[in-house]
Design a binder for this molecule. Sequence first.
Ligand SMILES: Cc1ncc(COP(=O)(O)O)c(C=O)c1O
Length: 355
Amino acid sequence: MIEHNHPILDVAEEEAVIRVLRSRHLAQGAEVAGLESDFAARVGVSHSVAVANGTVAIEIGLQSLGIGPGDEVVVPSLSFIATANAVRRVGATPVFADIDPKTYCLSAASVESRVTSRTRAIIAVHLYGHPADVDVLGALCDESGLVLIEDSAQGLGASWRGKSVGSHGRFATFSLYATKNATTGEGGVITTDDPEIAERARSLRSHQSRFVGRSLQVATNARMTDLQAAIGRVQLSKLDWMQEGRHRLAAVYERYLGPDVTTPYVAPEAVHGYHQYTIRTPDRESLIGRLEAAGVGYAIYYPTPIHLTETYVAANDRLPETETVSNEVVSLPIRPDLTDEEQGAVIAAVNGEGE
Ligand SMILES: Cc1ncc(COP(=O)(O)O)c(C=O)c1O
C-alpha cells in the first residue's frame, strides 16, 4: 500500500521530545514561546500565538475581534467543516459562498453577493495549499468595511506575490495537525500584525474571559504544550526541504499525468504549498477503482461540501461550482518522502497504464 500521507519525523523530533521530558516542563513555557517567534519569522508577521489546534485558533481569532451573535461571516463551503463550525461556536452565522473552479478557493463575485448589513468578516481558505486571491478579497473587505481572515490551515509553505500566506489578512490561522505540511500532532497558530489581537488571543487561550466589542468573550483552555512546540520547532526548521520535495513531486505529476485528469492550477501570483495534490476528473469512480486496484492511498477533500452537511443544509442555497468540484476531485500522495518508484506507480494507476 502506498500511503497517502504521513508526517516526516526523524531523530531530531525524538531528541526534542526527550529534551522537554527531561526539563520536566511539559505545559506551555519556553518551547511554546520559541515556536511562536520561529513561526512569526517564517510567516513574516510581528505576532504569533500558539494554541491547541487550528479550530480553536479560528474561534479565538474571531472572539478577539468581538465577532459573535448577530454577526455573519462569509466562508467557503469547500473546506474542512472546522471553518464553519468555528464561526458557529462563537455564536455568529457562517454564510457560504461559491468557489473559483480553477483555484478551488473563494470566488470574490460570489462573496460579494453574500454580503449583508450583518457581515463582519470573510474567511479565505487556502485550499489544498493554493492561496486564495487575497488581493481581490482584501479590496472587497476594504470597500465594504469587513475584516479579511485567512484560514491558512492548509497553506504553510504557500505565498502570494512573494509574501507568505498568513500575512495578508487582519489575522490568520494555521493548523499543525498530524497531516499538515508541518506538525505538532495537534496544534494551531494565530498570526497577526495587530498587537491588540495578539494580546487578546493570548488572554482568551488561557481562561481570561474579557469584554471585547459588545459582549463578554467566555474563554477556554486552548494552550499548546512545550512537548508539541518542541516538535513544531524541528518541523519548521525542516519545512524548506519538505516543501522542495512537494514541489519536485508536483512537477513530475504535472509532466506525466495524462490528459484525462485536470492537474492543479497555479495562479501567476502564487507559490503553491501543495498540502494536497488534487486532480479532477468527471469519471472519479473509475479513477478511484484504478487507484484501489494498484494499492495507492488517496483522499477526497471534501465529498460533502459543508452547506450540504446535516449541520448546515437548512440554511443555504445551491453553490454550483462547489457541488461539481466536490464530485470530481481526488488527492494523490505528495508527502515529501514518496519514492520515485511509488510515484511511478501512482502515475501508472491514474493513467490506466497496463490495463
Ligand atoms: C481548512 C481547515 N481549517 C481548519 C482546520 C482545523 O484545524 P485542526 O484540525 O487543527 O483543528 C483544518 C484542519 O484540517 C483545515 O483543513
